[in-house]
Design a protein around this ligand. Structure first.
Ligand SMILES: *[C@@H]1O[C@H](CO)[C@@H](O)[C@H](O)[C@H]1NC(C)=O
Length: 392
């Protein structure tokens, strides 16, 4: 190779290297912004600084959290960002302050809002909840607690391989979001921990929750008003309060829940299995086009339940009827054991009876005997083998 050719060859290589470096994701390692992996000092500012770089990048960007324990106060990862492909890759454990008062009134511990195209991959979140749960159990005046991971008003979100431990309040909340994929998430908290819902979805469309394992003290997955096109598949729930649509109808004006599929879920020792719940008071809310398919119940207290007379402490609703209209709900291939005699209980609104309830291939036993079913204001059909025999 002539000398001339050699140097232009080198220039070409350098140009290619330069171009490929801007085309690949920039990576922002929190250690380079002062985070300490030994769990001694507060790393909040370092995480925020790395986020600010990633969010301000015009190219895809990665925030990288290596192994170690990182202490974080409540932090908001704020969008909009200059790119729509940010990967938050966590190999380590993020630890909430041991004093629950620090984040207890913040609403959320780790909170993303107005972002588009953010993936949180891996990581352990330790909410350090037990001290707050103990405070609540003692009857003292305590903060309500923070959700460990919240996404609000965001689109094209993915959460995968995350482990959430001992949240103060809810573990994961999806609020006001479109197109969210949650997969391979593990939630773990005591069966006696208060208000520690595993995954809560509300005012969101196109949320998919796959392959999750949830052990907690409240609902494994709770589905709030304004949830549409939700798909839940392959989950294990228990201990916990089951999968719940609702409570709906708390507010007079409320968007409905529509097109929800809950498929292949195993409930073990839970308080409820598949539940729809509404306040016993006027509301514009509704729940329709719901499919519960292929569920296994193992010693579940209320395997199939619709409760439209929810009125905690009998405050602000005694004697009123739920305005929430429940229709087109299918229970298909639901098998297993009930921990109480009443395995199927449809307690619907007198003013808005449930319609289009379908039971297909349901077999629930109590102490090796057919369990019981109860229907109030519920209309629908049964087909295939149905035990307890349908009261519809
Ligand atoms: C119902 O939701 C699923 C996603 O869970 C979606 O694929 C489907 O198109 C929706 N159906 C309707 C009629 O919107």
């Amino acid at each position: 190779m002539a000398k001339q050719e050699g140097s232009s060859f080198l220039v070409t290589i350098l140009v290619i290297l330069f171009l490929s470096s801007i085309a690949t994701a920039a990576q922002y390692n929190v250690l380079n912004y002062g985070a300490t992996p030994a769990g001694i000092t507060d790393s909040t500012e370092a995480f925020l600084a790395a986020w600010t770089q990633a969010c301000g990048s015009i190219n895809p960007a990665t925030v990288y959290v290596p192994t170690g324990r990182f202490f974080l106060r409540n932090v908001v990862f704020q969008g909009p960002c200059k790119n729509n492909a940010i990967l938050f890759r966590i190999d380590g454990t993020l630890v909430a302050p041991s004093d629950y008062r620090v984040i207890g009134n913040a609403g959320n511990w780790l909170f993303f809002q107005y972002v588009n195209g953010v993936t949180v991959s891996g990581g352990v979140l330790d909410g350090q909840g037990p001290a707050l749960w103990a405070c609540k159990a003692s009857g003292k005046d305590c903060p309500s607690g923070a959700t460990s991971l919240g996404f609000s008003n965001s689109n094209n979100i993915e959460i995968s391989g995350l482990i959430s431990l001992n949240s103060q309040m809810f573990h994961v909340v999806i609020n006001g979001c479109q197109n969210v994929k949650v997969q391979g998430v593990t939630v773990s908290a005591s069966g006696h921990s208060p208000n520690t819902d595993g995954i809560h979805v509300q005012l969101s469309s196109g949320v998919t929750i796959l392959n999750s394992r949830i052990r907690t003290g409240d609902d494994c997955i709770s589905i709030g008003a304004g949830t549409t096109n939700l798909w839940i598949e392959n989950a294990a729930c228990g201990p916990g309060h089951g999968i719940s649509i609702g409570s709906l109808g708390k507010d007079l004006q409320e968007p409905g829940v529509q097109n929800v599929t809950v498929k292949s879920v195993t409930f073990t020792g839970t308080q409820n299995g598949l539940r729809i719940k509404s306040w016993g008071r006027p509301s514009s809310g509704f729940a329709r086009k719901i499919l519960f398919q292929h569920a296994i119940m193992i010693n579940v207290q209320n395997p199939i339940v619709i409760d439209q007379n929810y009125c905690p402490d009998n405050k602000n609703c005694p004697g009123q009827e739920s305005g929430v209209k429940i229709s087109d709900v299918t229970y298909q291939d639901i098998h297993g054991t009930s921990a109480t005699e009443m395995a199927v209980n449809f307690d619907c609104s007198n003013k808005n009876p449930c319609t289009g309830i379908k039971l297909e291939d349901v077999k629930l036993t109590y102490k090796n005997q057919p369990a019981d079913a109860s229907c109030t204001n519920a209309d629908g059909t049964a087909s295939g083998f149905v035990q307890p025999s349908s009261c519809l």
